[in-house]
Design a binder for this molecule. Structure first.
Ligand SMILES: *Cc1c(COP(=O)(O)O)cnc(C)c1O
Length: 383
């Protein structure tokens, strides 16, 4: 049997339709258009870049000149926080405890440079505490950065309400929508955010390309110095094949496509939660359509991951021994669960290429693996 990849939250396989539109920009139209009055290959490349920008910008309700291409979500998040920190005399930042490390560690870096940072608590579903947010936003708050959807437990945040609260005190709002982009409707006008992060490789697009939406008038400072690229907001030769591929990948994320994956996720969810002593992590409804995160009591997540991998199934766990930091997932821990609960968690993240038959196999194997591990488990209180 072919390998069953259920780690699409980490990265996805590129869609052949995406790869095909990228190839000419490596082989034929490889010039770059840093000058308005460039040579023909450069002009063709620039046109392709601007077309890609138009496609993506219009799809998120932005103007083309408000979209800056970057090398991905990590860079966009660093840019949003550090680029804003370079601007004004406000010295306070608010992020949530469940952010991606690129936001969390950017905040820590700024903290080490003298910024005051508050790390917002979340409830048991992973949603931020709105009352705490209201208390924390002051006239000294420069930026509130809260993710759109969580890459690990799938929980969505109420961004529109967050914006309203921040605005009252004149704070700017950034949202990390790297995992949401393409999967969930995003309209920067409706959300009201000033900055929004997107990336290409979670939607069957290429790695190494992403973007930062930057609302007109947001006082963000260029922090990758170099040429005048990207409206003089980010130096560096543009990744034109990447931008073209990201735009194509975005076009392929149609409503029917998303609903198809959502119904596969729901199918798997129902089966997996029929396993005794299993619990859903994250919000039951307000969640990303391709994400499922479940804790199985009395077992260690890394044992499940290794056994499933031997059976050609790829998933991940929030367990400590699996991570390089030797701590269980900071996201699960922020939702207030015990170490044991985090250790027993498994993330299944689906994508376009998963099939229903595969999920039947995953369920059968998972059930066997968990039964076997529980028989051996010293912490199985059911015995
Ligand atoms: C994947 C992801 C990132 C990082 O994006 P890269 O393009 O891999 O650098 C940041 N935030 C979230 C929520 C993500 O899912």
């Amino acid at each position: 049997m072919e390998y069953i990849y259920l780690d699409n939250g980490a990265s996805t396989r590129i869609d052949p339709q995406v790869l095909n539109v990228m190839i000419p920009y490596f082989e034929e139209i490889y010039g770059v258009a840093s000058s308005q009055f460039s040579h023909q290959p450069g002009i063709k490349a620039r046109d392709a870049l601007e077309e890609a920008r138009n496609t993506i910008a219009s799809g998120i309700g932005a103007k083309p000149e408000e979209l800056i291409f970057t090398s991905g979500g990590t860079e966009s998040n660093n840019f949003a926080l550090k680029g804003m920190a370079l601007t004004t005399n406000r010295g306070h930042l608010i992020v949530s405890k469940v952010e991606h490390r690129s936001v969390l560690y950017s905040a820590r870096t700024l903290e080490s440079m003298g910024f005051k940072v508050d790390y917002l608590d979340v409830d048991s579903y992973g949603q931020i505490d709105m009352d705490k947010l209201k208390d924390l936003v002051t006239k000294n708050t420069l930026l509130v950065s809260i993710q759109h959807s969580n890459h690990e437990i799938g929980t969505l945040q109420p961004i529109e309400e967050i914006v309203k609260i921040a605005r009252e005190r004149g704070a700017f709002v950034h949202t990390d929508a790297a995992y949401s982009f393409g999967w969930l409707p995003i309209d920067v006008e409706r959300l009201g955010v000033d900055l929004l992060t997107i990336t290409g490789h979670k939607i069957h697009g290429p790695k190494g390309i992403g973007g930062l939406y930057d609302r007109k008038g947001t006082p963000i400072k260029k922090w990758i110095d170099g040429g005048f690229n990207e409206f003089d907001k980010r130096g560096g030769t543009e990744n034109i094949p990447g931008a073209v591929g990201m735009a194509r990948a975005f076009e392929l994320m149609t409503d029917t496509e998303i609903e198809r994956v959502r119904s596969l996720r729901d199918y798997l969810k129902k089966k997996v939660l029929s396993i005794p002593s299993s619990h859903l992590n994250g919000h039951p409804e307000k969640r990303h359509p391709a994400n499922l995160n479940v804790t199985f009591d009395y077992i260690e997540g890394e044992s499940v991951v290794l056994h499933l991998d031997m059976r050609n199934i790829g998933v991940i766990t929030g367990s400590a021994c699996f991570s390089r930091s030797l701590e269980p997932s900071h996201i699960l821990m922020a939702t207030g669960v015990s170490h044991e609960h985090a250790h027993g968690s498994i993330r299944f993240s689906l994508g376009r290429f998963n099939k229903r038959e595969e999920l039947d196999y995953v369920y059968e194997e998972l059930k066997k693996v968990i039964e076997n591990l529980r028989k051996l488990s010293p912490i199985n209180k059911e015995e």
